[in-house]
Design a protein around this ligand. Structure first.
Ligand SMILES: C[S@@+](CC[C@H](N)C(=O)[O-])C[C@H]1O[C@@H](n2cnc3c(N)ncnc32)[C@H](O)[C@@H]1O
Length: 325
């Protein structure tokens, strides 16, 4: 087991985030009497410093194999460009059959998803995103689209411009900057052409763009959802040819604190939307660090280290890698 150094309690800012992301859906029974609000048990985790991988997530009690440790809702999502009109524009749930949505119209799987999207869509739908989409499509990029959505969410007041600052950023190399600057110009120009007050756009600087992209790069999850129907299967086949099999990407706060292990004790599952469940793969002791895997761990040590180093910027120090397995 990893030797870990952790404080007894998560720092206050992390406790606030845990409360927001994990308990934002208290169950209400009966009329609007506050005493009727039932809060679920707090999840058995705390976020603390590890000895060698920055912050990590630790079990606060024994956890049984197969147990759902907690659920998490994304802060920001974006569908894959090839499935833009085939999955819910908010939660990425696959469209089942024909839902009467016209060509070129976004699909929402429920009134709730439509309502939650209303504010950022009001901003987003004013712009012409064809150049940014084309740029991303040609280069196979997904993250600039998430930055665009986040910018719209900031402009409509749904989130603050620093909402991702708590997450670890990717290390950026000088060679990456020209492409990021091009993307930023495409984004900024699209906003400039529409009627958005300067003060509402004040946060949208090149530094903000690069700062947010660096965090999304290292913390975004690629969401793959099983196909429901034959039509879904066909849509996925088209996506596979045109782009990739993922329905989209999403960034969460709490799941972003899970470190990687090539023999993980925990995994994240998606059933039918971007709502995530973190589950135990085996029995876990109180105080043990919970780790997921970021990559296909069936590869040999050298291949795993190469992908983790090139894609995530770190040398894996998990017991399996240290033993050269
Ligand atoms: C998604 S973040 C995980 C949370 C992060 N430790 C933090 O403090 O916010 C991924 C980063 O955590 C660190 N990390 C994760 N797994 C690791 C591992 N197995 N070995 C070394 N560092 C790791 C690396 O710095 C990596 O870029």
């Amino acid at each position: 087991m990893l030797s870990v150094a952790f404080r007894r309690q998560s720092p206050p800012y992390l406790r606030r985030i845990l409360c927001f992301e994990l308990f934002s859906t208290a169950t209400s029974i009966g009329p609007s009497n506050k005493s009727d609000l039932i809060r679920p048990d707090p999840p058995p985790i705390r976020i603390s410093q590890t000895s060698s991988a920055g912050r990590g997530v630790f079990a606060t009690r024994p956890i049984t194999a197969g147990e759902t440790i907690h659920s998490a809702k994304p802060l920001v999502t974006h569908p894959s460009l090839s499935l833009l009109y085939e999955v819910c524009y908010y939660c990425l749930r696959r469209k089942e059959g024909k839902h009467g949505v016209g060509p070129g119209l976004y699909y929402f799987c429920s009134d709730s998803c439509r309502e939650k999207s209303m504010a950022f869509l009001e901003v987003e739908s004013r712009g012409d995103w064809s150049m940014l989409n084309e740029h991303c499509r040609n280069r196979g990029l997904k993250y600039p689209l998430m930055v665009k959505r986040l910018a719209c969410m900031v402009m409509c007041g749904a989130v603050s411009s620093d909402c991702l600052d708590i997450l670890q950023p990717a290390l950026l190399h000088k060679e990456m900057l020209p492409e990021m600057e091009d993307e930023f110009k495409l984004l900024k120009n699209a906003f400039k052409k529409v009627n958005i007050a300067d003060e509402v756009m004040a946060f949208l600087s090149k530094e903000w763009y690069i700062n947010v992209l660096a965090r999304i790069k290292i913390n975004a999850f690629r969401i793959e959802l099983p196909c429901g129907s034959y039509e879904d299967l066909l849509a996925s086949a088209v996506a596979l040819i045109g782009d990739d099999a993922a329905v989209g990407n999403a960034v969460y706060i709490v799941p972003s604190f899970y470190n990687h292990d090539c023999d993980p004790n925990t995994h994240i599952v998606w059933v039918d939307s971007s709502d995530a469940k973190v589950k135990a793969l085996r029995d876990i002791e109180e105080g043990e660090e919970l780790r997921i895997c970021y990559i296909d761990v069936s590869m040999d040590t050298e291949a795993r280290q190469k992908i983790l180093s090139e894609g995530f910027g770190f040398r894996c120090n998990c017991p399996r890698c240290l033993s050269g397995e």
